[in-house]
Design a protein around this ligand. Structure first.
Ligand code: EPZ
Length: 421
């Protein structure tokens, strides 16, 4: 199993180019099940979750052709489409559930494995199933699989999500594109990646319109047209590099990302002392000599507060702040797995329920660490980067799920990092 060897403390200087967004690419790829015509997608991140989704599409009867070092993919369809999304592919990536909506909309049947639990929380799929049921899907769960059918086309309807869910919003939007009549979805998640999905579908002739802050209207169409689309930049990768620069008294130009999309997090970083210039598709960020503490941060749905996917990275930063800070995780039940590992580097963090109190003024000392999930792993990389001495981070396959060539990007900006295979 691969590990990272990091020798700190490192200085961060230079430029980094942001890759395509994993969390935008996954639903967009899943939605290609709706198409008979060719789809070309550019700016795909080369990360493991994308390979898994492409393998899933292949197993369902899509032809996948790569161009431009696999950053562009051309998807066409075999005559025979399959409807089984197997556990072997869905178990490693929860976004596998996103093929259910398009399969039921396009083929009126599907057998999709339940994704199962996950380290960061239980992550059930009840909102996905309830919404699809309202659109006309009938289902039964047998031996870990969702056996779903619909009597012909799905039927447009009004749905109000009882809780905001990124995946359930995506699955329902995708499924509604080919439904009969009008669907209105209320209390939707409005993460930028969802807007990227609706832009993609509209580029192919879908009729999707945001008619309120969290309300979207979809008028069903007969079929979707050929299209070519470029995936947006990765918001979480951008945020991760912004934290890296702030943490390590860095001076970094972060390219290929629209700063307006990550304004909430940039405002938080300004509070910690970072100097930030927002340019066109570029962020220039300089880390402060002294990092200020920030109290009462609560992770929330976009655009309300810090993204849960950046919570672990911000926690590392606050370990170095001049005073005590706190972060409450309000999206997932168990997303503090990085805490125990950060303590091994010297962090003083107390967890009370879903609130972490971070003492600050930590001097990280390198140690051997274990990755647990994607964002917890990158938090360990950030901490090891500013720790004195050598750290070894085990099980970095978690990082390969969502960060493209992270060690190459970090090396280029001054981090002493090596992959051991
Ligand atoms: C998406 O997951 C992202 N994944 C996650 O990114 C991200 O952390 C999350 O949204 C929140 O922003 C992708 O986009 C592929 P949710 P998703 O449905 O769609 C509960 C990363 O690090 N819930 O918004 O699964 C759920 O348990 C990943 O890149 C239900 O109870 O998130 C959670 O507590 C990790 N029933 C909350 O809602 C449901 O049917 C929000 O989950 C669905 C969700």
């Amino acid at each position: 199993m691969d590990k990272f060897l990091i020798k700190g403390p490192c200085k961060i200087r230079g430029q980094v180019s942001i890759s395509g967004s994993k969390n935008a690419a996954l639903p967009i790829l899943a939605s290609t099940i709706l198409f008979d015509k060719t789809v070309i997608i550019n700016n795909l991140p080369r990360v493991r979750d994308i390979d898994t989704m492409l393998n899933l599409l292949k197993s369902l009867g899509s032809n996948i052709q790569f161009f431009d070092k696999k950053k562009t993919v051309k998807i066409t369809k075999n005559k025979k489409q399959k409807i089984l999304a197997p556990y072997s592919l869905v178990k490693t990536m929860r976004a596998g559930i996103l093929v259910l909506g398009p399969m039921i909309a396009k083929h009126n049947k599907s057998i999709t494995s339940l994704p199962g639990g996950c380290l960061i929380g239980a992550r059930p799929v009840n909102y996905h199933l309830n919404a699809l049921k309202k659109l006309g899907m009938k289902y039964e769960i047998k031996k870990g699989y969702i056996h779903a059918i619909s009597k012909g086309k799905l039927k447009g309807t009004n749905i109000k999500f009882s809780k905001i869910s990124v995946g359930a919003t995506e699955n329902s939007i995708i499924a509604s594109c080919l439904a009969k009549g009008k669907t209105i979805l209320k209390n939707c998640a409005i993460e930028p990646e969802i807007k990227d999905l609706t832009n993609f579908l509209n580029s192919a002739g879908a009729k999707i319109k945001w008619i309120g802050k969290r309300t979207v209207q979809i008028i069903g169409v007969e079929s979707l047209n050929e299209t070519k689309y470029s995936i947006m930049g990765d918001r979480i990768e951008t945020g991760t590099f912004c934290v890296a620069a702030t943490l390590a008294k860095g001076d970094l130009l972060i390219k290929n990302f629209d700063p307006k999309i990550i304004q909430t997090e940039l405002e938080l970083l300004k509070k910690t002392g970072a100097k930030i210039k927002m340019l066109q598709n570029t962020i220039h960020i300089k880390g402060p000599k002294k990092i200020n503490n920030v109290n009462s941060i609560v992770t929330k749905e976009y655009p309300n507060s810090l993204s849960t996917d950046l919570q672990a990275q911000f926690m590392v930063l606050l370990c170095l702040a001049s005073g005590r800070s706190s972060i409450t995780e309000s999206i997932f039940e168990n997303r503090f797995m990085h805490v125990a590992e950060l303590r091994r580097l010297g962090a003083k963090i107390i967890v009370k329920g879903n609130k972490a109190i971070i003492e600050g003024q930590t001097e990280f000392i390198g140690a051997e660490l274990m990755s647990s999930d994607l964002r917890a792993s990158v938090a360990l990389v950030l901490a090891a980067m500013v720790a004195k001495g050598q750290s070894v981070i085990n099980r970095i396959y978690h990082l390969d799920r969502g960060y493209e060539k992270i060690e190459n990007k970090l090396k280029k900006i001054g981090v002493n990092i090596k992959r051991l295979t």
